[in-house]
Design a binder for this molecule. Sequence first.
Ligand SMILES: *[C@@H]1O[C@H](CO)[C@@H](O)[C@H](O)[C@H]1NC(C)=O
Ligand SMILES: *[C@@H]1O[C@H](CO)[C@@H](O)[C@H](O)[C@H]1NC(C)=O
Ligand SMILES: [Zn+2]
Ligand SMILES: [Zn+2]
Length: 605
Amino acid sequence: MAGDEPLLAARPSSEHSIQYAEEENSLLTGARAPHRQTRRGWAFWREVGVFAWAIIATILVIVLAVVYQHESAKGHHESRNNWGPGGKPTGKRNLIFMVSDGMGPTSLSMTRSYRQHTEGLPIDDVLVLDKHHIGNSRTRSSNSLVTDSAAGATAFSCGFKSYNEAISVTPNHSPCGTVLEAAHLAGYKTGLVVTTRLTDATPACFAAHASLRRYEDSIAEQEVGEHPLGRVVDLMMGGGRCHFLPNTTDDSCRGDDRDIVEVASKNGFNYLSDRAGFDSLNGGTDAKLPLLALFADKDIPYEVDRRYQNDKYPSLEEMTRTALTILSEATRDSEQGFFIMIEGSRIDHAGHGNDPAAQVHEVMAYDRAFAAVLEFLENDTTPGVVVSTSDHETGGLAAARQLHKSYPEYLWLPGELAKSKHSSEYAGAKLTEYLSGTGKDDKESKQRDYIRKTLLEEDLGITDATDEEVESVLHPDPQVSPTYVFADIVSRRAQIGWSTHGHSAVDVNIYASSSQDAWPLMGNHENIEVGHFLADYLDLDVGAVTKRLQASSYWTASGEETTDQEKYSWLGNPVGSDVRLEGLDTYHGDFRKRSTDECGCGELH
Ligand SMILES: *[C@@H]1O[C@H](CO)[C@@H](O)[C@H](O)[C@H]1NC(C)=O
Ligand SMILES: *[C@@H]1O[C@H](CO)[C@@H](O)[C@H](O)[C@H]1NC(C)=O
Ligand SMILES: [Zn+2]
Ligand SMILES: [Zn+2]
């Protein structure tokens, strides 16, 4: 191929383009293109006849389609029996809500092709999720076209648009009731399963309220029952132990010396902190609720790394299967079923890190968890639904990348991702450990060797690193971390593109066990409609919970309510009045102004 031939040369000439535009216009507006206005002979009247017939036929088809759809929809309601008269579900039922944090449409394409490549599967082999795609969600928050996870999860939990960083509070600084709280009050068992910190934005939004997502110490307290409604969660599994441990212990990330594990125990929680504890649940048949299981100080390792760690940490699929068994057994004899939120939390982190190798394994792990939920629903005698969606896309991921100014190539290379045994996060952490430990006093040439042989070759499968690349790992620009450099080295070889280390505004997919189960979510929706569906499916009055929470304006954990304190002080300090909570920002000349003095490095998810 001629490398420097301009792309446009292959395009039709401009004359053609004008003609296409005219014809397209006439199709859209119904006006006839000028060059067609000629004789009114037999041909004209034949055209009129054909046209009339086409209109009649189209109307007939539409009428028949509407009638058919109406009939078949009625049939589904009758046969499922869980969407009763008036479109309201009836009877005992379970709701499983899954969040693939930061997974956009391209994550699916990339993972699908990766799996086909590595497992030698045919080109029509798809993920389980692909077979259950029913719609799309529009993700903007109240104050930005690009949401964060907090506003994204508030849309799901409360059914309200709020500002970025809001944990189930509305822009007017008052708490909104969540589907999990409403489910708890209605007698359902409730659960949260995640692979990041249980105090992180997505799980927090279901069981806590805070003005800002960073008030994670308060979120931990609320999750174990220091909450105006008392304990609302029955089962929690994931990471984030550091926010539950007092600052007198090494692994703590709390700002105070409160022991929240102890508070949880006092409130009746059974506490687990490791693999042995998880195994003692015996797949869920030997568990007692309420249960708090914290398997990591912060995040559970990426799947790409976890798989080599002797099963030290349970996988998302294992946690999912166990949690479903526990909740199912716990509700065996009750009138109400359960509500659980399961999050593939770290798809988002792989996006922030621009790490495609980590991301494909996170998405496959999520897909296995989704399949496990489907299997559970098929076997279970209680009817139920799984709905899965993302809060937003992360990374502006593109399954193509132009590496040079010259002609772009139409390809990306999954084989390059398959060579990575580990994530860039893993390689970055190993480098830090080496440079502060055994390699601290090594000559730079030896340090370069370590980077080239051990980290790039063995861990990431990069055998052709240039000297400049090795140098940029050892002495990265002050704005980036070595982890980012590792991810970029891998992405370039696979020709995977990223437009940001943050989130993007693209619509994300909605999946469900079936479109009959989740028919209100078919098509393109605002993210709050997902929240409305969750409440509607369990027939919950989330508004009533909001009223109860708002009546707790002066609530304190110690139980000493006093009007001396600030209204809603339990939500933490409100955001300053200088922060915009609604309406969109405008251009401030940031294109030139914003310098990057600090490493963002995925701080805000
Ligand atoms: C630990 O928390 C206590 C308050 O609970 C505080 O006084 C102390 O300074 C904290 N210690 C550290 C090391 O942060
Ligand atoms: C579902 O049923 C099949 C067949 O009885 C069984 O092999 C499988 O373990 C069951 N799965 C779950 C999640 O209960
Ligand atoms: Zn998110
Ligand atoms: Zn994020």
